[in-house]
Design a protein around this ligand. Structure first.
Ligand SMILES: [Fe+2]
Length: 413
């Protein structure tokens, strides 16, 4: 495990060199005498032993032959009505090579042994190749500290319009995707209205806390959230193998003082760490950490465990997509040896320092009518202590369905 961890931390360059070297003996494809589309692009296409190299608008793509056959969009290989593959991938000869290869009108055209023809547009290949994905981001975001967020003057959606107008919902989703938080104002201060406003966005994810929960500081559950104590910044349900994607809060009533909500953009802090110490960032992105939720009260018994690194990045472009940060629920660290443990604590301290910088803290007073949606994979929440009766309700939403709703509006998610 230790060796594997060291390798994963240090051998990215070696692995990519290995990939580059995998072509072996070079076999150049002659374009002489082929269609006119090839004219002027004699170096655009090269056939190697296991892959084809295509240059498009300055991007050199290495396209594996099995991958190309697997991604054929012909009617016999792909059902464009259901957007599902028809081809049985296991039927592809793993040593397959095209018999002929041409470039025609912005398309790559391959004829395979047996006569099957596959056609791919250069733009599709550029967008879907590994090299193309390395250069693109999955989710455009604006990372923020409190000044950046406040100066952006992001408008809140309004209940009446939000519930009936798709443009209002689309704008809300766009703000949510870009900033990781979004608000709806003027919502009736009831559990029912809160449920309705969340269902306008997505499906509710039921958990051990129920579907839509409503609680006061009565310690009815074995969790600090059910008290009047302050809560440091954290992400929720880090003890789930897949933490809840979206958190919704609505303060229905508060007769007392304090209780402001703290919001911190975890990705902003993590990117600061990446700039200051790439090694510490890598360590937090590789060491698996356990979080546990153990509850043993008269009415509730639970023991849930989630395992994963604090920082989660897409391996092809190193883009952050999930942060698990909950010092309350973090469990025993026993997945790496002692020297890595010490380095991990140093890295964790540096991240915590960034997360706790006062300029990174956005404090919001949630009042009846103001519903907040928080990207629980990115933005941390906490609260200051409070006095008096405070009734809060909320729920979790399924991340897949929120992102799906955004994509159906044409938003990048
Ligand atoms: Fe929480």
């Amino acid at each position: 495990m230790f060796g594997a961890l060291k390798r994963s931390l240090g051998l990215a360059a070696t692995r990519s060199q290995g990939l580059l070297a995998a072509g072996g003996g070079r076999r150049w494809w002659s374009l002489a005498g082929q269609s006119r589309a090839c004219a002027g692009t004699p170096a655009a296409l090269q056939l190697r032993d296991e892959f084809l190299e295509l240059n498009h608008e300055g991007v050199s793509m290495c396209l594996n032959y099995v991958w190309l056959r697997d991604h054929c969009s012909s009617d016999s290989s792909y059902n464009s009505t259901t957007n599902q593959r028809k081809l049985d991938t296991s039927s592809i000869d793993l040593s397959i090579r095209p018999d002929t290869c041409t470039v025609q009108d912005g398309h790559l055209v391959l004829t395979w042994p047996g006569g099957h023809v596959s056609k791919y547009s250069h733009s599709w290949l550029a967008e879907n190749s590994y090299e193309g994905k390395q250069k693109s981001i999955v989710q455009p975001r604006v990372l923020w500290n409190s000044d950046i967020y406040e100066n952006a003057n992001i408008p809140s959606a309004k209940w009446e319009t939000f519930m009936s107008c798709n443009d209002e919902l689309k704008n809300f989703l766009q703000n949510y995707l870009v900033y990781g938080i979004a608000f709806v104002d003027d919502v009736p201060a009831t559990v029912e209205a809160t449920e309705a406003v969340t269902q306008r966005v997505s499906l509710i994810r039921e958990t051990t806390y129920g579907r839509v929960w409503s609680f006061t500081s009565d310690f009815s559950r074995g969790d600090t959230a059910y008290s009047q104590l302050s809560l440091d910044r954290h992400t929720d349900t880090s003890y789930f193998q897949e933490p809840c994607g979206i958190q919704v809060f609505h303060c229905l009533k508060h007769e007392g003082t304090g209780g402001r909500t703290l919001l911190v953009d975890g990705f902003y802090a993590a990117e600061k760490l990446r700039q200051q110490s790439p090694e510490n960032f890598k360590l937090l992105a590789h060491v698996p950490i356990k979080h546990d939720y153990i509850e043993n009260t008269a009415n509730h018994q639970n023991h849930m465990t989630g395992i994963g690194p604090v920082l989660n990045v897409y391996p092809w472009n190193n883009e952050l997509y999930l942060i698990r940060y909950n010092n309350y629920d973090r469990s025993v660290i026993n997945t790496v040896p002692h020297d890595i443990v010490h380095r991990w604590y140093m890295a964790h301290r540096d991240l915590t320092t960034e997360l706790r910088r006062p300029e990174n803290e956005l404090w919001v007073k949630l009042t009846p009518g103001k519903v907040i949606f928080i990207d629980n994979w990115r933005v941390m929440h906490g609260r200051e202590s409070f006095t008096g009766l405070r009734q809060l309700c909320g729920c979790y939403l399924t991340r897949d369905d929120v992102l799906s709703a955004a994509r159906c509006f044409g938003l990048q998610a």
